[in-house]
Design a protein around this ligand. Sequence first.
Ligand SMILES: [Ca+2]
Ligand SMILES: [Ca+2]
Length: 275
Amino acid sequence: MRRLLLAWVPLLAACGLDFDDWTTAGMPTAADALMLPGDPFTDDRARDRDGDCLDDDVEHAIARWYAPLFVFDSRENARRPDEPATLYQVTPLGGCRAAAVELRYAYLFADDGGYVESTFCSDRHPGDNQYLRLTLDLREGVVTLRHVWAWGFGWPTHPLRFSGGSHPVVFLSAGKHHPYFDTRVDGAGSPYSSVGCVEAMDGRGARVEAALERAGVARGRHNVGERRSHGAEDFVDALDAWGYPGERAWGERPFCGGRRAGCSDDVNAMQAVWR
Ligand SMILES: [Ca+2]
Ligand SMILES: [Ca+2]
């Protein structure tokens, strides 16, 4: 995830879209609420192994309820069949018995394929990590969605579609994997680029529901735990199982998809993704 700055093609900016161009698009949208079966909080550390008071089974249920649906472009050039690898973190805001919860999904690719339809821009690089941030209300066992942040976009300011009633539909541009809430940027200058690098985003590629479970990893879940508590026996850290050798969910170096050669310092370290 990085912005491209190329001062030598300033005229392309005139063709680009700005994030404000999305604010009036479509109709108002909403996500279905999640009804929890009992008290989501616990003081039993066997059930709450990251020590945030929220039962880890509830964390997983919430993450599954809102797991995003990723929609790709038909010209996508940098996605392995099992990508994106998606990890999650669920954290009460304000401690035990909090009435708000933050939910983050990191989505990872071994490579950023650059702007595939842009004449002047490329910006390919090893490793690509971006994330969604959702704010949820949690009152009397009912979880409702208050806000979605996806880098340049934010629901409800920007209209967002929900698959199956609760799953945010996130369109990812070819190569760069920049997030959008629809396909209107296809063939236009990217609002993520200061010089209008052209995005390819036709929405006619793969549709991938975020997978949050995997055999052979801690408790079979993609939960990364909390910054101060994420023991490897209970939470995801090493990312070798996803095909990123040497990378970690809490890694402090730029994420490079497991390949250090050609790695850029501009890519986020994984630990910067989480609360
Ligand atoms: Ca917990
Ligand atoms: Ca947690």
